[in-house]
Ligand binder design. Structure first.
Ligand SMILES: [Zn+2]
Length: 277
């Protein structure tokens, strides 16, 4: 059974059209995935089916993920140039209203950054040529309502993303911009375990046990030793940005993901990617 995981960025709004605006792309993709026979399921189901060795029959199952945790994952936003953008969760509600029963398992997982200081700095240093982050965009106040809605899970995208805009990152050698340099238990604890702990407290223990590697950067230490040793309640699977569908031989701690914009820029290209082309 074909399995796949897609990634969207709700702060990718640099134009009015599909290729430059993940809100436009996301709403269109809900339609084209459904028309093409892909069933949208929670990431937990894709992880489980992968662990079971794939899937029965020819059913095609895709999970939706969002990265970095802007409130635009769930809330509409008025962009100064491109007008009102429909939050991803609202686009899912619009789809469900338009096509009742069309995707009964409609759900997405939002990978958020834990550190409040890192989020505040990233927000202040966003480059509008690449991304749109208005004041308060990386607040965490939307996390619990999102979980309550049953539409969006909250999961781990590290402590501070080792983001280049930060004056200081939680890493012994200041490995800004390079998550593959998280190669010790001490650094991994600061980036992964501390974030998991923060998310668990912020969500009253309801964060989903999945990790998205910042920048998609992974290494053998994290995928082969550290993350599996955390236990399934903290980390049951991790996702990269290797641009292809999930293969039966993939490690659950290195599941590939296709990224909107980077890996496809129109609906036909998405379907071709999902078909492994
Ligand atoms: Zn990210």
């Amino acid at each position: 059974m074909p399995l796949a995981i897609l990634a969207y960025h709700s702060h990718h709004v640099v134009g009015p059209d599909y290729a430059a605006n993940d809100h436009v792309a996301f709403a269109a993709d809900l339609e084209s995935l459904t028309d093409a026979g892909w069933r949208i399921a929670p990431l937990a189901e894709v992880v489980r089916r992968h662990a079971e060795g794939g899937a029965s029959g020819t059913e095609r199952v895709v999970a939706l993920t969002f990265d970095d945790g802007p409130v635009y994952d769930v809330a509409d936003v008025d962009h100064p140039c491109y007008g009102r953008q429909r939050g991803f969760a609202n686009a899912m509600r619009d789809f469900a209203a338009r096509r009742p029963g069309g995707q009964p398992g409609l759900h997405a997982t939002s990978f958020v950054i834990a550190s409040p200081e890192a989020r505040a700095t990233m927000e202040a240093h966003a480059d509008p040529a690449y991304t749109w982050l208005g004041p308060g965009a990386l607040d965490q106040t939307w996390w619990n309502p999102a979980i309550d809605s049953g539409l969006v899970a909250i999961a781990n995208h590290s402590w501070d993303h080792l983001h280049p805009a930060l004056a200081e990152v939680a890493h012994g050698q200041d490995a800004r911009g390079d998550f593959a340099r998280v190669t010790s238990v001490a650094d991994a604890d600061r980036q992964v375990r501390a974030a998991a702990r923060y998310l668990a407290a912020a969500t009253h223990g309801r964060a989903a046990p999945y990790f998205a590697y910042p920048f998609g950067h992974h290494n053998d230490f994290l995928a082969g030793e550290y993350l599996p040793a955390l236990g399934a309640s903290v980390c049951a699977a991790a996702v990269t940005t290797e641009p292809r569908p999930v293969a039966p031989t993939d490690s659950p701690f290195r599941l590939p993901r296709l990224v909107c914009g980077a890996d496809w820029a129109n609906p036909d290209a998405l379907l071709a990617r999902l078909a492994g082309r």
